[in-house]
Design a protein around this ligand. Structure first.
Ligand code: NHX
Ligand code: ZN
Length: 404
């Protein structure tokens, strides 16, 4: 009905911009019109959108560098944009904005904390930044808002540190469901499952440092082992393997303790399988498949209909993926068998207290070899394997998870 409206709006926009020069045009979510124009006309080409994009392209060609108009645009999907948009002379440069790092999160917290009139005086934005690896700016805004809501709900006169920690947990794990009905037998399974994760990850040097373990249901999960991942840029094979073993620790615990397993490990197995598959097909971490990567960073869908490897390789990939997961599972079984006493102690304590922190693990297993998070201290520190502590702890935001 409204054919041509998009293109005429674009024309109008640029006309106005030239009149009002100097000025800035900002186009948010530019992928909505900037998506690559279809090569195959039978496959859902969208004439109206293409006309709009063509108009935008020709408008951007149509003025010179000193016309006083700057065009900015934002998208989360650079990979799907039409190549013509990204050529010099259209958008001259691209700025890749990543998730904020520790220092940046601290600054973002400061911005969002400012409007809160009544916060605890000893609240430290740096501490909050350390608790939130992988958070985006929006997540941080959300966390601050949620903390204020929690404090208000409790009729507090100011927002305290614990409110912020509860808000962060809520955002990471979903809503706590303290009155979900769970039978004692299920509770026991959950406790041993979570204690399994905790035991394995505590004793493997390169696994992520544990923060706490809980059997209070939250979101989709009936229980969880919480980690504070180190903010790093690259991950070694050792780290991948130890994280995989920790993931398998829940299922392994169920098998050892109850001699039967449950559907509860669904999420663990899904994540483990994806990780192992990525090790084989993306990161060249399987000796049989070798140093090849079938990752496609161009996102141009060249691989979407045909796999870039032979049937033979496909079989090999399946085999290697399974082998990696099996190995991780065996490691988990071994650790749990060798530390049966500690594992059971931990599970019992969990049944008793519902939430346990690292000091319980230190008491049962002794200090951890790998990095450790001192959750209760005011100045949180990440201690590395050599016992050196670092203030800035260099956290990562799961960029590998994105690849997964
Ligand atoms: C469910 N969730 O949805 C329940 C609520 C092993 C102690 N059935 O690994 O919470 O069991 O370390 C269909 C069938 C999710 C849908 C099975 C959706 C299983 C979390 C997984 C703890 N912590 N698992 C964990 C957990 C679950 C799930 C499903 C499903 C549990 C485990 C979910
Ligand atoms: Zn689990």
């Amino acid at each position: 009905m409204f054919v041509g409206v998009g293109a005429s709006r674009v024309r109008d926009l640029f006309k106005q911009a030239k009149e009002k020069s100097p000025c800035i045009i900002f186009i948010d979510e530019i992928d909505a019109i900037g998506r690559a124009r279809g090569k195959n006309p039978n496959m859902g080409a969208n004439d109206e959108r293409e006309n709009t994009l063509n108009q935008l392209l020709s408008e951007m060609d149509g003025f010179d560098t000193n016309s006083g108009v700057i065009i900015l645009a934002a998208t989360n999907r650079v990979d799907i944009l039409d190549k013509a948009l990204l050529r010099a002379g259209r958008f001259d440069r691209q700025i890749h904005v990543e998730l904020p790092d520790l220092k940046e999160r601290e600054e973002i917290f400061k911005v969002h904390l400012k409007p809160l009139k009544k916060i605890d005086t000893d609240l430290n934005p740096e501490f909050l930044a350390k608790q939130t690896p992988g958070f985006s700016g929006a997540d941080i805004a959300n966390a601050v808002n949620e903390a204020a809501l929690i404090a208000a709900r409790k009729d507090k006169s100011k927002v305290e540190r614990q409110d912020f920690l509860d808000a962060i947990d809520r955002i990471i794990g979903g809503l706590e469901k303290r009155n979900k009905i769970i039978s004692p037998a299920e509770k026991k399974t959950i406790a041993y499952h979570e204690a399994g994760h905790a035991t394995v990850s505590w004793l493997l040097e390169h696994a992520n440092p544990l923060v706490k373990v809980t059997i209070v249901p939250r979101g989709q999960a009936l229980g969880a082992a919480w980690y504070l991942p180190e903010e790093r840029q690259i991950t070694t094979t050792e780290q991948m393997m130890d994280e995989l073993s920790s993931l398998m620790g829940g299922r392994a615990a169920e098998e050892i303790v109850f001699n039967k397993v449950s559907t509860g490990a669904l999420n663990d197995l899904e994540r483990a399988t994806k990780k192992a598959y990525a090790m084989v097909t993306y990161f060249g971490m399987s000796s049989e498949v070798g140093n090849v990567s079938y990752y496609d960073s161009t996102g141009r869908n060249e691989y979407s209909f045909t796999k870039p490897f032979s049937e033979e390789t496909a079989v090999l990939i399946d085999k290697e993926t399974k082998k990696i997961v099996d190995n991780a599972y065996q490691t988990a079984l071994k650790i749990l068998r060798e530390n049966k006493e500690g594992h059971h102690k931990l599970a019992k304590r969990l049944l008793e207290k519902e939430v346990i922190f690292t000091d319980d693990l230190v008491e049962i297993f002794g200090e951890r070899k790998g990095a450790q998070v001192d959750f209760k201290g005011v100045e949180e520190q990440v201690v590395d394997g050599n016992g050196n502590s670092s203030e800035d702890g260099n956290l990562d935001s799961e960029s590998k998870e994105k690849i997964d």
